[in-house]
Write a protein that binds this ligand. Structure first.
Ligand code: ATR
Length: 262
């Protein structure tokens, strides 16, 4: 029988994970089935447990269940512990294991663009769960200095406090959006502004060489401003593919090439 996978969320109809995993499976010759699984808002744990009890091999977790998935795991990777959220589950020795592949997905996407990460100064705009999940993998990939800028400055300061022990080799600092200034190798938009159709204004004092928008398929004032400045840009489809590849690698011990799926 083929290996069974699922992505669980609420809503789930929008998920592109099944088509990505089926494309990886075709490319790598692995026999698998990957389905969307809608769990009731109060029914994540029961639905997840049923999936594994019925012989499921691995499960991706999306909004709004990533923190609940984290809380259920008996064994967590370091990057999942730091992210405090899990998007990849599997059973091993009778125990639920959890990882978070979002940050490595971003790293893989940036590397596939041939943008350098070694010894770089990065600016991440936003201080929510999306930012929490990517800081440690970015530092592991070579970022030396990361500024986290947020509309609510206190939230950026709190996040840096939480993360600084985990990334002793990098210099982390907080800025408010109004203060935004300096010159960065890459600026990453990790806010939900473009998802909700809000504008994000980048001040003239802010300079950068590359711009990455984590959202995709939405108009982005962030990307529009970056394009006006003439720097290379990308929206977040590569990150989506990258996190899926990293989950696929964990479950199937084969790593598809990201550039084949962009
Ligand atoms: P996620 O898990 O996707 O990161 P989140 O935890 O709700 O979602 O965080 C959303 C982030 O987008 C926050 O940094 C938020 O800023 P605040 O902390 O000040 O709320 C940011 N954000 C959302 N809409 C924004 C907007 N219109 N302008 C600037 N920042 C915005």
């Amino acid at each position: 029988m083929s290996k069974q996978f699922a992505v669980i969320g609420h809503p789930i109809e929008q998920s592109r994970s099944p088509e990505l995993h089926h494309a990886f499976a075709t490319k790598t010759g692995i026999d698998l089935t990957y389905v969307k699984r809608l769990a009731p808002l109060d029914g994540f744990v029961a639905s997840m447990e049923e999936f594994f009890a019925q012989g499921g091999t691995g499960m991706n977790v999306t909004v709004p269940f990533k923190e609940q998935a984290f809380a259920q795991c008996a064994v967590l990777t370091a990057r999942a512990q730091i992210a405090k959220a899990v998007n990849t589950l599997w059973m091993e020795n009778g125990q639920l294991h959890g990882d978070n592949t979002d940050g490595q997905g971003l790293v893989n996407a940036i590397q596939a663009l041939d943008w350098n990460l070694k010894n770089t100064q990065l600016l991440i705009i936003g201080a929510g769960g999306a930012t929490r999940g990517v800081v440690y993998p970015l530092v592991q990939a070579g970022a030396k200095k990361i500024v986290i800028a947020n509309r609510t400055l206190a939230r950026a300061e709190q996040l840096i406090n939480d993360l600084k022990e985990a990334v002793p080799t990098a210099e982390l600092s907080a800025m408010s959006l109004e203060q935004l200034a300096g010159n960065f190798d890459i600026v990453i938009n990790a806010t939900s502004a473009s998802l909700s159709g809000d504008a994000l204004v980048l001040p003239e004092a802010l300079q950068f060489q590359h711009a990455y928008e984590m959202a995709y398929g939405k108009p982005s004032s962030f990307l529009d401003q970056a394009k006006t400045r003439g720097v290379p840009t990308s929206e977040g489809f590569g990150m989506l593919v990258g996190q899926a590849i990293e989950s696929f690698r964990i479950w199937n011990t084969v790593e598809p090439n990201l550039k084949d799926f962009l």
